[in-house]
Design a protein around this ligand. Structure first.
Ligand SMILES: [Zn+2]
Length: 296
């Protein structure tokens, strides 16, 4: 155990939910069928898939990991997306149940936080279901992996579910980061990382696969187990542990390698709580890990 974990620098970790959706099992769990076949013809749905973001109450300020969905995509997808084809495929991929108050501001308020107290937002990657409501966070520092920003600004990025018009907002204070050499023995499976607060309590790790620039967030502080927020590296914890890959992802080789590194980290930190952003069990696992959690 490193010195870092002796300090209670993190007061709380909470999970927010910006609506839920249904997705095809072929998407979530993989399929022998070509993607276009299940995308167009699958009639099966996995319901109750949450769209989470996380709030980390650090002693130097409130830090978010992603911001979830913007309810506007559920109420008015035609206006939210640039193209009719995007809207068509979005409807084939997901069915949403999003209420107007399923946005980052209202969800933070339910957790006992005012959105104005957010100091930093770290984005695991820049897909639309992790970058909702940037307009609510123009006062905060927004941190994105540089490789994700490249993907956002490529031509036809919308086809990969990067919606630049909702991310690259006027007035938003973006900081692009790169991984740096890292020699922390606790995270030896990773040669590089990015220390968000400068005290090693909130450390980003490269976990490519779902997208090329995807990162995970490792939280370490006294009074809580170490927590790894893995975003969309795996849709469910067991899939990561079993190396069961989903039906979509930018690079399946990279995903396998990232899964193996997370399992190696878990072997070094046996108490590690691993939390995907779309796992039905994530809220329960947060409540177990943070029993004093005052969240909803
Ligand atoms: Zn994603």
């Amino acid at each position: 155990m490193s010195d870092t974990a002796e300090l209670a620098t993190i007061r709380n970790v909470q999970v927010g939910t910006t609506g839920e959706g249904s997705m095809h099992p072929e998407h979530r769990y993989g399929s022998r069928l070509p993607l276009i076949m299940w995308l167009l013809f699958s009639q099966r749905w996995v319901d109750g898939v949450p769209v989470h973001f996380f709030a980390i109450d650090h002693r130097d300020g409130l830090v978010l990991f992603d911001t979830g969905l913007d309810p506007a995509i559920g109420s008015d997808p035609r206006r939210y997306l640039d193209s009719a084809i995007g809207e068509f495929f979005l409807r084939r991929l997901f069915r949403w149940k999003i209420r107007p108050d399923d946005n980052v501001t209202d969800q933070l308020s339910r957790m006992g936080h005012d959105v104005s107290s957010v100091q930093k937002v770290v984005f695991s990657h820049l897909h639309f279901d992790h970058t909702g409501c940037i307009d609510h966070l123009l006062h905060a520092q927004l941190l994105a992996p540089r490789r994700e920003w490249q993907a956002l600004t490529e031509p036809k990025a919308e086809r990969k579910w990067y919606l630049r018009q909702h991310v690259d907002k006027p007035g938003a204070q973006w900081t692009l980061f790169d991984m740096e050499p890292c020699s922390d023995p606790d995270i030896a499976p990773y040669g590089e990382c990015f220390d968000v607060m400068g005290d090693r309590s909130i450390v980003l790790l490269p976990t490519p696969g779902h997208t090329a620039g995807s990162v995970s967030m490792l939280l370490r502080s006294a009074g809580m187990p170490p927590i790894l927020l893995i975003s969309d590296l795996a849709f469910e914890l067991n899939m990561l542990l079993d190396d069961h890959l989903p039906g979509v992802g930018e690079d399946f080789e990279a995903m396998r390698d990232s899964n193996a590194r997370v399992r190696a980290l878990k072997a070094r930190l046996p108490e590690l709580v691993i939390l995907p952003s779309h796992d039905m069990e994530t809220s329960t696992r947060v409540a177990e890990a943070m029993p004093t959690n005052a969240g909803p």
